[in-house]
Design a protein around this ligand. Structure first.
Ligand code: TYD
Ligand code: MG
Length: 455
Protein backbone atom coordinates (compact mmCIF):
# COMPACT_ATOMS: atom_id res chain seq x y z
CA UNK A 1 0.00 0.00 0.00
CA UNK A 2 1.41 3.34 -0.94
CA UNK A 3 1.89 5.81 1.82
CA UNK A 4 -0.28 8.94 1.80
CA UNK A 5 1.95 11.94 1.32
CA UNK A 6 1.07 15.13 3.09
CA UNK A 7 2.37 18.65 3.02
CA UNK A 8 1.80 21.73 5.13
CA UNK A 9 0.14 24.57 3.28
CA UNK A 10 -0.17 28.12 4.56
CA UNK A 11 -3.87 28.99 4.50
CA UNK A 12 -3.04 32.60 4.00
CA UNK A 13 -0.55 32.74 1.15
CA UNK A 14 -0.45 29.19 -0.22
CA UNK A 15 3.19 28.51 0.73
CA UNK A 16 3.82 24.79 1.13
CA UNK A 17 6.45 22.84 2.98
CA UNK A 18 7.06 19.23 4.02
CA UNK A 19 7.62 20.25 7.61
CA UNK A 20 5.29 22.08 9.95
CA UNK A 21 6.31 25.34 11.51
CA UNK A 22 4.48 27.80 13.72
CA UNK A 23 5.16 30.77 11.50
CA UNK A 24 4.84 30.83 7.72
CA UNK A 25 8.29 31.73 6.36
CA UNK A 26 6.69 33.40 3.35
CA UNK A 27 4.01 35.70 4.73
CA UNK A 28 5.09 35.69 8.40
CA UNK A 29 1.65 34.77 9.71
CA UNK A 30 1.41 32.52 12.73
CA UNK A 31 -0.47 29.21 12.89
CA UNK A 32 -1.55 29.25 9.29
CA UNK A 33 0.19 26.03 8.17
CA UNK A 34 -2.33 23.20 7.84
CA UNK A 35 -1.60 19.62 6.88
CA UNK A 36 -3.05 18.75 3.47
CA UNK A 37 -2.88 15.54 1.48
CA UNK A 38 -0.60 15.83 -1.50
CA UNK A 39 -1.93 14.79 -4.88
CA UNK A 40 0.25 12.05 -6.24
CA UNK A 41 -0.71 12.17 -9.84
CA UNK A 42 2.84 11.47 -11.03
CA UNK A 43 4.81 13.98 -13.04
CA UNK A 44 2.14 14.70 -15.60
CA UNK A 45 3.78 17.88 -16.72
CA UNK A 46 6.92 16.16 -17.84
CA UNK A 47 5.13 13.62 -20.02
CA UNK A 48 2.86 16.19 -21.58
CA UNK A 49 5.81 18.40 -22.47
CA UNK A 50 7.23 15.69 -24.73
CA UNK A 51 4.38 15.89 -27.18
CA UNK A 52 3.84 19.62 -27.23
CA UNK A 53 2.56 20.87 -30.53
CA UNK A 54 1.99 24.53 -31.31
CA UNK A 55 -0.79 25.04 -33.78
CA UNK A 56 -0.81 27.96 -36.16
CA UNK A 57 -2.79 30.82 -34.75
CA UNK A 58 -2.19 29.99 -31.11
CA UNK A 59 -0.32 33.26 -30.88
CA UNK A 60 -0.61 36.35 -33.02
CA UNK A 61 0.15 40.03 -33.32
CA UNK A 62 -2.11 42.22 -31.23
CA UNK A 63 -3.12 44.12 -34.36
CA UNK A 64 -4.43 40.89 -35.88
CA UNK A 65 -6.81 40.26 -33.02
CA UNK A 66 -10.39 41.40 -33.60
CA UNK A 67 -11.66 43.89 -31.06
CA UNK A 68 -14.75 42.68 -29.34
CA UNK A 69 -16.96 44.83 -27.24
CA UNK A 70 -17.46 43.18 -23.91
CA UNK A 71 -21.14 42.73 -23.41
CA UNK A 72 -22.52 43.49 -20.02
CA UNK A 73 -25.66 42.70 -18.10
CA UNK A 74 -27.05 45.30 -15.74
CA UNK A 75 -28.01 43.96 -12.33
CA UNK A 76 -30.33 46.97 -11.83
CA UNK A 77 -28.85 47.46 -8.39
CA UNK A 78 -27.09 50.69 -9.29
CA UNK A 79 -24.63 50.60 -6.41
CA UNK A 80 -23.54 47.11 -7.46
CA UNK A 81 -23.41 48.01 -11.14
CA UNK A 82 -21.20 50.95 -10.30
CA UNK A 83 -18.67 48.78 -8.46
CA UNK A 84 -18.72 46.25 -11.28
CA UNK A 85 -17.86 49.05 -13.69
CA UNK A 86 -21.24 49.11 -15.42
CA UNK A 87 -22.81 45.70 -14.95
CA UNK A 88 -21.65 42.10 -15.13
CA UNK A 89 -19.30 41.32 -18.00
CA UNK A 90 -20.44 38.08 -19.66
CA UNK A 91 -18.64 34.94 -18.51
CA UNK A 92 -16.68 36.80 -15.87
CA UNK A 93 -15.74 35.42 -12.47
CA UNK A 94 -16.55 37.69 -9.55
CA UNK A 95 -15.39 37.07 -6.02
CA UNK A 96 -17.31 38.76 -3.25
CA UNK A 97 -15.78 38.62 0.19
CA UNK A 98 -16.96 39.78 3.58
CA UNK A 99 -17.36 38.89 7.23
CA UNK A 100 -20.00 36.31 8.07
CA UNK A 101 -23.39 37.94 8.58
CA UNK A 102 -22.57 41.12 6.70
CA UNK A 103 -25.17 40.47 3.99
CA UNK A 104 -23.46 38.67 1.10
CA UNK A 105 -26.20 36.07 0.67
CA UNK A 106 -28.85 38.77 0.92
CA UNK A 107 -27.13 40.80 -1.79
CA UNK A 108 -26.96 37.74 -4.05
CA UNK A 109 -30.65 37.02 -3.54
CA UNK A 110 -31.47 40.62 -4.29
CA UNK A 111 -29.41 40.46 -7.45
CA UNK A 112 -31.42 37.44 -8.53
CA UNK A 113 -34.62 39.37 -7.97
CA UNK A 114 -33.54 42.53 -9.78
CA UNK A 115 -31.77 41.12 -12.80
CA UNK A 116 -33.95 40.68 -15.83
CA UNK A 117 -34.39 37.75 -18.19
CA UNK A 118 -31.55 35.60 -16.90
CA UNK A 119 -31.50 32.03 -15.74
CA UNK A 120 -29.83 31.88 -12.36
CA UNK A 121 -28.48 28.91 -10.48
CA UNK A 122 -27.86 29.51 -6.80
CA UNK A 123 -25.55 26.89 -5.35
CA UNK A 124 -25.82 26.95 -1.60
CA UNK A 125 -23.48 25.02 0.62
CA UNK A 126 -24.53 26.85 3.74
CA UNK A 127 -28.27 27.26 3.74
CA UNK A 128 -30.88 24.72 2.73
CA UNK A 129 -33.21 25.39 -0.19
CA UNK A 130 -36.07 25.80 2.31
CA UNK A 131 -34.16 28.47 4.21
CA UNK A 132 -33.49 30.42 1.04
CA UNK A 133 -37.13 30.13 0.05
CA UNK A 134 -38.14 31.38 3.47
CA UNK A 135 -35.91 34.39 3.14
CA UNK A 136 -37.14 35.21 -0.34
CA UNK A 137 -40.77 34.91 0.83
CA UNK A 138 -40.08 37.18 3.75
CA UNK A 139 -38.58 39.74 1.40
CA UNK A 140 -41.57 39.32 -0.91
CA UNK A 141 -39.46 38.36 -3.86
CA UNK A 142 -40.91 37.06 -7.04
CA UNK A 143 -38.12 34.87 -8.33
CA UNK A 144 -38.93 33.37 -11.68
CA UNK A 145 -36.04 31.71 -13.44
CA UNK A 146 -34.19 30.94 -10.23
CA UNK A 147 -32.91 27.48 -9.36
CA UNK A 148 -31.56 26.53 -5.97
CA UNK A 149 -29.09 23.72 -5.61
CA UNK A 150 -28.10 22.65 -2.12
CA UNK A 151 -24.88 20.89 -2.92
CA UNK A 152 -21.21 21.03 -2.01
CA UNK A 153 -19.69 18.42 -4.31
CA UNK A 154 -18.39 20.26 -7.38
CA UNK A 155 -18.82 17.23 -9.64
CA UNK A 156 -22.56 17.31 -8.97
CA UNK A 157 -22.62 21.07 -9.33
CA UNK A 158 -20.87 20.77 -12.69
CA UNK A 159 -23.42 18.19 -13.86
CA UNK A 160 -26.31 20.51 -12.98
CA UNK A 161 -24.62 23.46 -14.67
CA UNK A 162 -24.11 21.44 -17.83
CA UNK A 163 -27.70 20.25 -17.88
CA UNK A 164 -29.40 23.56 -17.03
CA UNK A 165 -27.02 25.96 -18.84
CA UNK A 166 -27.66 28.96 -16.58
CA UNK A 167 -26.62 32.54 -17.42
CA UNK A 168 -25.46 33.30 -13.91
CA UNK A 169 -24.20 30.95 -11.24
CA UNK A 170 -23.89 32.02 -7.62
CA UNK A 171 -21.72 29.88 -5.36
CA UNK A 172 -22.35 30.54 -1.66
CA UNK A 173 -19.77 29.99 -0.29
CA UNK A 174 -16.52 28.85 -1.86
CA UNK A 175 -15.36 27.62 1.54
CA UNK A 176 -18.05 24.94 1.60
CA UNK A 177 -17.64 23.39 -1.84
CA UNK A 178 -15.08 20.75 -2.71
CA UNK A 179 -13.67 18.68 -5.54
CA UNK A 180 -13.74 15.03 -4.48
CA UNK A 181 -10.49 14.20 -6.27
CA UNK A 182 -8.63 16.64 -4.05
CA UNK A 183 -8.18 14.98 -0.73
CA UNK A 184 -7.88 18.05 1.48
CA UNK A 185 -10.87 19.26 3.46
CA UNK A 186 -13.22 21.92 2.05
CA UNK A 187 -12.02 25.43 2.81
CA UNK A 188 -8.31 24.60 2.60
CA UNK A 189 -6.13 26.45 0.14
CA UNK A 190 -5.88 23.47 -2.24
CA UNK A 191 -9.65 23.06 -2.36
CA UNK A 192 -10.30 26.78 -2.77
CA UNK A 193 -7.79 27.03 -5.55
CA UNK A 194 -8.95 23.95 -7.43
CA UNK A 195 -12.65 24.66 -6.98
CA UNK A 196 -12.25 28.23 -8.20
CA UNK A 197 -10.16 27.07 -11.14
CA UNK A 198 -12.85 24.59 -12.18
CA UNK A 199 -15.61 27.19 -11.81
CA UNK A 200 -13.59 29.60 -13.95
CA UNK A 201 -13.03 26.96 -16.58
CA UNK A 202 -16.73 26.11 -16.66
CA UNK A 203 -17.69 29.78 -16.81
CA UNK A 204 -15.52 30.46 -19.82
CA UNK A 205 -16.48 27.20 -21.54
CA UNK A 206 -20.24 27.35 -20.95
CA UNK A 207 -20.46 31.12 -21.13
CA UNK A 208 -21.99 32.05 -17.82
CA UNK A 209 -20.94 34.56 -15.18
CA UNK A 210 -20.22 33.32 -11.73
CA UNK A 211 -20.38 35.05 -8.38
CA UNK A 212 -18.21 33.32 -5.82
CA UNK A 213 -19.01 34.25 -2.24
CA UNK A 214 -16.10 33.96 0.19
CA UNK A 215 -15.89 34.48 3.91
CA UNK A 216 -13.13 36.59 5.26
CA UNK A 217 -10.79 35.33 7.94
CA UNK A 218 -10.15 37.18 11.17
CA UNK A 219 -7.34 39.20 9.64
CA UNK A 220 -9.62 40.70 7.05
CA UNK A 221 -8.48 38.56 4.13
CA UNK A 222 -10.49 36.26 1.97
CA UNK A 223 -9.33 32.82 3.11
CA UNK A 224 -6.49 31.85 0.85
CA UNK A 225 -6.74 35.40 -0.41
CA UNK A 226 -3.75 35.79 -2.64
CA UNK A 227 -4.48 32.45 -4.25
CA UNK A 228 -8.00 33.42 -5.28
CA UNK A 229 -7.60 37.12 -5.95
CA UNK A 230 -5.21 36.74 -8.84
CA UNK A 231 -7.35 34.10 -10.54
CA UNK A 232 -10.68 35.83 -10.75
CA UNK A 233 -11.71 38.85 -12.86
CA UNK A 234 -13.30 40.97 -10.18
CA UNK A 235 -12.82 41.06 -6.41
CA UNK A 236 -15.29 42.96 -4.28
CA UNK A 237 -15.42 43.28 -0.54
CA UNK A 238 -18.53 43.85 1.51
CA UNK A 239 -17.69 45.80 4.63
CA UNK A 240 -19.36 47.41 7.58
CA UNK A 241 -19.89 47.11 11.28
CA UNK A 242 -22.45 44.48 12.07
CA UNK A 243 -23.90 46.70 14.78
CA UNK A 244 -24.50 49.50 12.28
CA UNK A 245 -26.81 49.29 9.34
CA UNK A 246 -24.52 50.74 6.67
CA UNK A 247 -22.60 48.46 4.35
CA UNK A 248 -19.93 49.41 1.85
CA UNK A 249 -19.24 47.35 -1.23
CA UNK A 250 -15.69 48.07 -2.31
CA UNK A 251 -13.99 47.13 -5.57
CA UNK A 252 -10.55 45.65 -4.90
CA UNK A 253 -9.72 44.34 -8.33
CA UNK A 254 -11.55 44.76 -11.60
CA UNK A 255 -10.28 43.62 -14.97
CA UNK A 256 -13.10 45.50 -16.67
CA UNK A 257 -13.26 48.77 -14.79
CA UNK A 258 -11.96 51.00 -12.07
CA UNK A 259 -11.49 49.86 -8.49
CA UNK A 260 -12.09 53.35 -7.24
CA UNK A 261 -15.78 52.81 -6.87
CA UNK A 262 -17.81 51.90 -3.87
CA UNK A 263 -21.45 51.07 -3.37
CA UNK A 264 -23.27 52.03 -0.20
CA UNK A 265 -26.17 50.05 1.19
CA UNK A 266 -28.27 50.08 4.29
CA UNK A 267 -29.42 46.81 5.85
CA UNK A 268 -33.11 47.11 6.64
CA UNK A 269 -35.90 44.71 7.61
CA UNK A 270 -36.56 44.31 3.92
CA UNK A 271 -33.04 43.49 2.84
CA UNK A 272 -30.37 45.83 1.54
CA UNK A 273 -31.44 49.28 0.46
CA UNK A 274 -29.26 51.32 -1.85
CA UNK A 275 -28.03 54.59 -0.44
CA UNK A 276 -28.06 56.99 -3.35
CA UNK A 277 -27.30 60.07 -1.33
CA UNK A 278 -24.82 59.01 1.35
CA UNK A 279 -24.00 62.44 2.76
CA UNK A 280 -27.62 63.18 3.59
CA UNK A 281 -27.97 59.84 5.31
CA UNK A 282 -24.81 60.15 7.36
CA UNK A 283 -25.74 63.64 8.44
CA UNK A 284 -29.40 62.87 9.10
CA UNK A 285 -28.96 62.56 12.86
CA UNK A 286 -26.44 65.27 13.42
CA UNK A 287 -26.14 67.32 16.54
CA UNK A 288 -26.68 71.00 15.89
CA UNK A 289 -24.88 73.30 18.25
CA UNK A 290 -23.21 70.61 20.34
CA UNK A 291 -19.57 71.11 21.23
CA UNK A 292 -17.17 68.53 19.85
CA UNK A 293 -19.20 67.89 16.70
CA UNK A 294 -17.84 69.05 13.34
CA UNK A 295 -18.46 68.13 9.73
CA UNK A 296 -15.84 66.93 7.30
CA UNK A 297 -15.73 65.07 4.04
CA UNK A 298 -14.17 61.74 3.27
CA UNK A 299 -13.73 60.50 -0.27
CA UNK A 300 -14.86 56.91 -0.53
CA UNK A 301 -13.91 55.55 -3.90
CA UNK A 302 -14.45 58.59 -6.05
CA UNK A 303 -17.44 59.92 -4.16
CA UNK A 304 -17.14 62.52 -1.43
CA UNK A 305 -19.24 61.73 1.61
CA UNK A 306 -19.93 64.23 4.33
CA UNK A 307 -19.50 62.83 7.79
CA UNK A 308 -19.81 64.03 11.34
CA UNK A 309 -16.76 63.79 13.58
CA UNK A 310 -17.59 63.69 17.29
CA UNK A 311 -15.16 64.16 20.14
CA UNK A 312 -15.72 64.05 23.86
CA UNK A 313 -12.99 65.37 26.12
CA UNK A 314 -13.53 64.79 29.81
CA UNK A 315 -11.30 65.01 32.83
CA UNK A 316 -9.53 61.78 33.57
CA UNK A 317 -9.96 59.85 36.80
CA UNK A 318 -6.87 57.76 36.36
CA UNK A 319 -3.18 58.50 36.05
CA UNK A 320 -3.02 57.51 32.41
CA UNK A 321 -5.70 59.25 30.34
CA UNK A 322 -7.84 57.15 28.01
CA UNK A 323 -7.83 57.58 24.25
CA UNK A 324 -10.63 55.80 22.43
CA UNK A 325 -11.27 56.01 18.74
CA UNK A 326 -14.03 54.55 16.61
CA UNK A 327 -13.77 54.77 12.84
CA UNK A 328 -10.52 56.74 12.96
CA UNK A 329 -6.93 55.53 13.18
CA UNK A 330 -5.84 55.38 16.82
CA UNK A 331 -2.22 56.31 16.16
CA UNK A 332 -3.28 59.26 14.06
CA UNK A 333 -5.48 60.43 16.93
CA UNK A 334 -2.48 60.37 19.26
CA UNK A 335 -0.44 62.37 16.77
CA UNK A 336 -3.16 64.99 16.43
CA UNK A 337 -3.46 65.27 20.21
CA UNK A 338 0.30 65.76 20.48
CA UNK A 339 0.25 68.45 17.79
CA UNK A 340 -2.64 70.24 19.56
CA UNK A 341 -0.72 70.23 22.85
CA UNK A 342 2.50 71.48 21.34
CA UNK A 343 1.13 74.09 18.94
CA UNK A 344 -1.79 75.47 20.91
CA UNK A 345 -0.24 75.11 24.34
CA UNK A 346 -3.22 73.25 25.76
CA UNK A 347 -2.80 70.31 28.11
CA UNK A 348 -4.74 67.19 27.35
CA UNK A 349 -2.72 64.83 29.50
CA UNK A 350 -5.30 65.02 32.28
CA UNK A 351 -8.19 64.42 29.88
CA UNK A 352 -9.81 61.32 28.47
CA UNK A 353 -10.52 61.68 24.76
CA UNK A 354 -13.20 59.74 22.94
CA UNK A 355 -13.49 60.11 19.20
CA UNK A 356 -16.22 58.74 17.01
CA UNK A 357 -17.10 58.99 13.36
CA UNK A 358 -20.91 58.97 13.31
CA UNK A 359 -22.79 56.30 11.37
CA UNK A 360 -20.16 53.57 11.70
CA UNK A 361 -18.03 54.92 8.85
CA UNK A 362 -14.32 54.09 8.84
CA UNK A 363 -11.98 56.86 7.72
CA UNK A 364 -8.86 55.77 5.94
CA UNK A 365 -7.60 59.01 4.48
CA UNK A 366 -5.98 62.10 5.97
CA UNK A 367 -8.35 64.86 4.82
CA UNK A 368 -10.43 64.63 7.99
CA UNK A 369 -7.47 65.36 10.32
CA UNK A 370 -8.36 69.02 10.70
CA UNK A 371 -11.93 68.15 11.63
CA UNK A 372 -10.68 65.69 14.24
CA UNK A 373 -8.36 68.29 15.73
CA UNK A 374 -11.09 70.94 15.84
CA UNK A 375 -13.65 68.58 17.32
CA UNK A 376 -11.24 67.77 20.16
CA UNK A 377 -10.51 71.45 20.72
CA UNK A 378 -14.20 72.30 20.59
CA UNK A 379 -15.06 69.69 23.20
CA UNK A 380 -12.09 70.62 25.37
CA UNK A 381 -13.12 74.28 25.47
CA UNK A 382 -16.80 73.36 25.36
CA UNK A 383 -17.44 75.83 22.55
CA UNK A 384 -19.50 74.53 19.61
CA UNK A 385 -18.30 74.99 16.04
CA UNK A 386 -20.71 76.75 13.70
CA UNK A 387 -22.94 74.00 12.33
CA UNK A 388 -22.79 75.32 8.76
CA UNK A 389 -19.03 74.88 8.48
CA UNK A 390 -17.11 72.03 6.87
CA UNK A 391 -13.46 71.38 7.69
CA UNK A 392 -10.96 69.82 5.34
CA UNK A 393 -7.21 69.30 5.66
CA UNK A 394 -4.43 67.00 6.68
CA UNK A 395 -2.36 67.94 9.72
CA UNK A 396 1.42 67.73 9.69
CA UNK A 397 3.64 67.32 12.75
CA UNK A 398 4.54 70.99 12.86
CA UNK A 399 0.90 72.00 12.96
CA UNK A 400 0.67 72.88 9.28
CA UNK A 401 -2.52 72.18 7.36
CA UNK A 402 -1.44 70.18 4.33
CA UNK A 403 -3.12 69.98 0.96
CA UNK A 404 -5.61 67.24 0.26
CA UNK A 405 -6.76 65.35 -2.80
CA UNK A 406 -10.16 65.79 -4.49
CA UNK A 407 -10.62 69.19 -2.81
CA UNK A 408 -12.99 70.49 -5.47
CA UNK A 409 -15.24 67.47 -5.34
CA UNK A 410 -15.53 67.67 -1.59
CA UNK A 411 -16.34 71.38 -1.72
CA UNK A 412 -18.97 70.83 -4.41
CA UNK A 413 -20.69 68.19 -2.31
CA UNK A 414 -20.62 70.37 0.81
CA UNK A 415 -21.93 73.39 -1.06
CA UNK A 416 -24.64 71.29 -2.64
CA UNK A 417 -25.90 70.29 0.79
CA UNK A 418 -26.11 73.93 1.83
CA UNK A 419 -23.01 74.42 3.97
CA UNK A 420 -22.06 78.09 4.15
CA UNK A 421 -18.40 78.04 5.11
CA UNK A 422 -15.73 75.61 4.01
CA UNK A 423 -12.27 75.67 5.53
CA UNK A 424 -9.60 74.13 3.35
CA UNK A 425 -5.79 74.03 3.24
CA UNK A 426 -4.30 77.20 1.77
CA UNK A 427 -2.34 75.03 -0.67
CA UNK A 428 -5.57 73.89 -2.27
CA UNK A 429 -7.05 77.37 -2.57
CA UNK A 430 -5.02 78.43 -5.60
CA UNK A 431 -6.32 75.54 -7.71
CA UNK A 432 -9.92 76.26 -6.95
CA UNK A 433 -12.24 78.82 -8.38
CA UNK A 434 -13.76 79.85 -5.07
CA UNK A 435 -16.25 82.25 -6.66
CA UNK A 436 -17.99 79.36 -8.35
CA UNK A 437 -19.43 78.12 -5.08
CA UNK A 438 -22.21 79.63 -3.04
CA UNK A 439 -20.28 78.83 0.13
CA UNK A 440 -17.45 80.95 1.49
CA UNK A 441 -14.13 79.14 1.00
CA UNK A 442 -11.40 79.95 3.47
CA UNK A 443 -7.80 78.78 3.19
CA UNK A 444 -5.76 78.07 6.33
CA UNK A 445 -2.06 77.42 6.65
CA UNK A 446 -1.63 76.43 10.28
CA UNK A 447 -3.79 74.79 12.87
CA UNK A 448 -3.82 78.12 14.76
CA UNK A 449 -5.35 79.89 11.75
CA UNK A 450 -8.21 77.41 11.82
CA UNK A 451 -8.76 78.10 15.51
CA UNK A 452 -8.89 81.86 14.79
CA UNK A 453 -11.45 81.34 12.06
CA UNK A 454 -13.65 79.03 14.10
CA UNK A 455 -13.66 80.14 17.72
P1 TYD B 1 -26.58 37.28 5.19
O1 TYD B 1 -26.90 37.74 3.84
O2 TYD B 1 -27.05 35.91 5.58
O3 TYD B 1 -25.02 37.41 5.51
P2 TYD B 1 -23.78 36.59 4.90
O4 TYD B 1 -24.26 35.80 3.75
O5 TYD B 1 -22.80 37.65 4.54
O6 TYD B 1 -23.26 35.74 6.01
O7 TYD B 1 -27.22 38.37 6.16
C1 TYD B 1 -27.12 38.21 7.49
C2 TYD B 1 -27.67 39.31 8.33
O8 TYD B 1 -28.44 40.26 7.68
C3 TYD B 1 -28.53 38.66 9.35
O9 TYD B 1 -27.84 38.73 10.58
C4 TYD B 1 -29.77 39.42 9.39
C5 TYD B 1 -29.57 40.57 8.49
N1 TYD B 1 -30.73 40.81 7.64
C6 TYD B 1 -31.54 41.91 7.87
O10 TYD B 1 -31.31 42.67 8.80
N2 TYD B 1 -32.60 42.13 7.05
C7 TYD B 1 -32.90 41.31 6.02
O11 TYD B 1 -33.88 41.56 5.30
C8 TYD B 1 -32.07 40.18 5.79
C9 TYD B 1 -32.36 39.24 4.67
C10 TYD B 1 -31.00 39.96 6.60
MG1 MG C 1 -24.39 33.71 3.64
Amino acid sequence: MSKVKTKYVCQNCGYSSVRWSGKCPDCDNWNTLVEEIQNTGGDKRKSSLQNVKISNGSYKLISEIDSVNESRTLTHISELDRVLGGGIVDSSVILIGGDPGIGKSTLMLQLAEKIEGKKILYVSGEESAAQIKLRSDRLNYDLGNFYILSETNLDNIQAVIEREVPDIVIVDSVQTIFRPEIESAPGTVSQLRESTALLMYLAKKNDFSVFIVGHITKDGMIAGPKVLEHMVDVVMQFEGERTHSFRILRGIKNRFGSTNEIGIFEMTDLGLKEVINPSEVFLSQRNYGASGCVISSSVEGTRPILIEVQALVTSSNYGIPQRTSMGFDYKKLNIIVAVLEKKLGIFLNKSDIFLNIAGGVKIEEPATDLAVAMSIYSSFRDIPVDSETVLLGEIGLSGEVRTISYAERRITEAAKLGFKKIIIPKGNLKNINAKKFKAEIIGVEKINDAIDKLF
